[in-house]
Design a protein around this ligand. Sequence first.
Ligand code: PEP
Ligand code: MN
Length: 336
Amino acid sequence: MIIQLQQGIPAELKENILQQIKEVGFKGNEVQTQEGHYIVGIGKKDFDIRTIGQLPGVADIHRVSDEYKLISRKWKVEPTRIDLGDGVIIGEGQFSIMAGPCSIESEKQIELVVQHLVENNVKIMRGGVFKPRSSPYAFRGLGLEGLQLFHRICREHGIKIITEVMQVSQIEDMIDYVDVFQVGARNSQNFNLLDALGEAQKPVLLKRGISGTIEELLQAAEYIFSNGNEKIMLCERGIRGYENAYRNILDLNAVPVLKAKTHLPVIVDPSHGIGLRDYVEEMSLAAVMAGADGVIYETHQKPEEAYSDGQQTLNFKESERMIRRMRQTYSLRESF
Ligand code: PEP
Ligand code: MN
């Protein structure tokens, strides 16, 4: 159930509502959005919602009959925009580019990538310091120290940071050094992590699971929102199918479908989506035309020497060309 509170509700009335929710066996989470102030009641007992609906301070009450509600267009028609500060905004009306290496490797590497981004007016750098790797023997990232280095260099150049968080215990250590937490495909249904990110109040880019359905992605996003964090973007990064001519199947069908179902920004990752450097540009342009609000991709000064995902990583020349062509394609799309 979702309880809409009256504007400027006094603390004691809110406490009373939370208390009453507890008494009917529900857990109450406070959610403050750009639109209003809510309490989300989580539980499964059936009761007459009017008992809560008539309490002082309640503006409206809704029963949640769908699997997800807060992230849906039915709940909020206006698109959500996520403000990272310093004029960096993600969402409809903007085309966001997030680029960088698969893994953060060294100070020199960060500096070279930052310089490439600055030259191309790209404001958000990606790079993993905690890496989920299929093999336990592969490079697993520089960890918190790498993140602090990443943060220092990016801050000097006004670049925002997106990086993957793999478990709840890392959130607290990472939060001061991150602008957007990435939830990777392997953690797309790590519900404890989603709950904790809902409480963390930092923007989250939530990737679709390796074999995740659209429905599962939306429900995962609802976990974050229903814990109080509305700053979520969804990311299509390819799903597993039977085809093995490329790494994954970049499901661009997901873009217009997600855009219709939710008010959240939709970002496409063509690097993991196709997994082959030569075709990343084509898929990124297709993503723009499909209606994506942004693209996240991998670039490195020497892809052949990258510690991870070199086969799908663009060098700076390829990256520069792709940035130019994505922007041209976005202008074309917006002129229709
Ligand atoms: C990554 O962004 O480098 C990554 C590991 O992505 P995914 O979770 O989509 O595999
Ligand atoms: Mn990668």
